[in-house]
Design a protein. Structure first.
Length: 182
């Protein structure tokens, strides 16, 4: 009986990994993109900090447009660390907002944001994935370490988990329907 239970459990864990995710993906399902991948490979997204940073606060999808949530991820960084464009795009904002430096880059239907930063680009600039666009500034409110980068991703007004774009999003298990005859 025990070996059968182990096989059923393994099937329950493996099946969702092979199935399509419930949530709409950021792009078509593609393999994870390593931090050094050039644009045009996989999803075209790269990590905005190098080396690959530790996530100190994950994405928390708000229940409604004005509900509380964490509309991005906080990545551990250091004051003055280079911030890189996560994908090819056009800078649509690079200035101070609410007392801190913010950059917003449009990537077709998607838009990434980076804060708090000191911008090295201006609105209208075209950027390439991995290109240095800013430096991290210490003092992001709510950050549990001395310096972190808040990295956000949107499609229109919908906030998305940016970790999914680099293949590091959370694993979601789907329920497996009971087998016929059980």
């Amino acid at each position: 009986m025990r070996p059968v239970l182990i096989l059923v459990l393994a099937a329950c864990v493996a099946a969702p990994l092979l199935a399509a995710p419930d949530a709409r993906p950021v792009t078509a399902p593609e393999p994870a993109v390593p931090e050094h991948a050039p644009s045009g490979t996989g999803t075209g997204f790269v990590w905005p900090l190098r080396p690959r940073p530790r996530v100190v606060r994950p994405f928390e999808r708000p229940e409604c447009r004005f509900c509380p949530g964490h509309r991005g991820v906080d990545l551990e960084g250091t004051h003055g660390q280079p911030v890189r464009a996560a994908r090819d795009g056009t800078v649509v904002y690079a200035d101070r907002l609410a007392g801190r430096g913010v950059i917003s880059v449009e990537h077709g239907q998607l838009r990434t944001t980076y804060e708090p930063v000191t911008p090295r680009v201006a609105a209208g600039d075209r950027v390439r994935a991995g290109q240095r666009i800013a430096t991290v500034v210490a003092g992001h409110p709510g950050c549990v370490v001395s310096s972190c980068l808040h990295w956000g991703l949107r499609r229109g007004e919908e906030y998305l988990d940016p970790l999914a774009a680099v293949g590091a999003g959370p694993l979601r298990l789907k329920p497996v329907p009971p087998a016929a005859g059980s």
